[in-house]
Design a protein around this ligand. Structure first.
Ligand SMILES: C[S@@+](CC[C@H](N)C(=O)[O-])C[C@H]1O[C@@H](n2cnc3c(N)ncnc32)[C@H](O)[C@@H]1O
Length: 319
């Protein structure tokens, strides 16, 4: 065995040990965030477990005490996220084909909000963002077009425990319309005594990869990429005035491959956001092996990629 192989073996043994001996919080870090790929000597805590120093050094957009930056074991700072398994704890479920893994809003909120601040999700789906809001002590507003999903997300969110006593609101409506965001506008003031929200998360349909409904207002019904981008831009235009200046917008989207051509939906949507005076802070590529739509199709996609001369897609999250 070469010394390279030996050291590889040592690393994998070390990672296995780390998983076996860990607490539930550390298990989450290791298994769901893929951080076991980078084993550390010292034990690290999850963000909610880290006790602040006497004179904490914190930025204006999160609660991370920079005096203790080495202790935050669950915060990812790399732009390649290798996520092993979906967080299925609490009311998180994979029942909606096309919902995102809870680790995405989890990371975004820990990095870009403080406890007690407000998160707006304009494509709520089954409510993942607001469930995560309750867990992390952030207020949440979610907009969803489809009445059945409004009902289901509300059920799941209500069943999640609320240890930080936050307020979560689900609004039924079309995020492309200013009337919908007008409804949302009142919420920060009425419910939270704040003028604006501090984080926007958007996880739109990946155009027509998954058709969520037959409703013409649904972005997944857009006739072509141009129409999809127009609808997406309307949502960005409507939501932007409610975001506090200097705060973050997280866009989560996948590209698509159709009729022999790669359609870079992620970059197209990113351009629409950047046209509206946002500053690009990161592009994150996420790999998640358990994706429901492709779980049993991994081999098929490999074959398609070989035949079509393209590379299989991985999700892109942009901040
Ligand atoms: C990719 S899913 C979001 C899933 C969500 N992140 C979750 O974890 O459950 C996109 C959602 O956007 C909704 N949607 C599509 N067009 C919309 C519109 N014009 N206004 C509001 N919601 C819309 C769809 O019904 C679908 O639930």
């Amino acid at each position: 065995m070469s010394s390279k192989e030996e050291s590889k073996k040592k690393v994998s043994k070390k990672s296995d040990r780390a998983i076996d001996s860990s607490s539930p919080a550390e298990k989450m870090v290791h298994e769901q965030l893929g951080l076991y790929l980078y084993p550390e000597k010292e034990k690290k805590a999850s963000t909610l477990e880290v006790k602040k120093s006497d004179h904490p050094k914190v930025s204006k957009f999160n609660d991370i005490d920079l005096n203790k930056w080495k202790e935050y074991g669950d915060i990812i700072t790399d732009s390649l996220w290798l996520i092993g398994s979906r967080d299925r704890s609490g009311m998180h479920t994979a029942e909606l084909h096309g919902n995102f893994i809870p680790q995405i809003p989890h990371q975004a909120m820990l990095r870009y909000t403080k406890q007690g601040e407000i998160v707006l999700d304009t494509f709520l789906g089954s409510g993942t963002t607001l469930i995560e809001c309750k867990r992390l002590g952030r207020h949440g507003i979610g907009i969803e077009l489809l009445p059945n999903l409004v009902k289901r997300s509300q059920e799941l969110i209500n069943k999640e425990t609320n240890p930080y006593n936050v307020v979560t609101k689900v609004v039924e409506g079309n995020s492309c319309l200013p009337e919908t965001t007008q409804k949302v506008k009142r919420l920060p003031q009425e419910e939270y005594k704040k003028e604006k929200v501090q984080l926007i998360i958007m996880h739109p349909p990946y155009h027509d990869i998954i058709k969520f409904s037959k409703d013409e207002k649904d972005l997944s019904k857009a006739k072509n990429t141009k129409e999809f981008l127009t609808m997406f831009s309307e949502v960005v235009d409507n939501a932007t005035p409610y975001l506090e200046k200097g705060r973050y917008f997280a866009l989560v989207i996948e590209d698509k491959y159709s009729k022999g051509e790669w359609i870079p939906l992620g970059f197209c949507c990113m351009q629409e956001v950047l046209k509206r005076n946002y500053l690009l802070k990161s592009i994150i590529v996420k790999n998640f092996e358990e994706t429901r739509g492709k779980r049993n199709q991994k081999e098929l996609w490999r074959y398609r990629a070989l035949v079509g001369g393209f590379y299989k897609e991985k999700s892109i999250c942009l901040n």
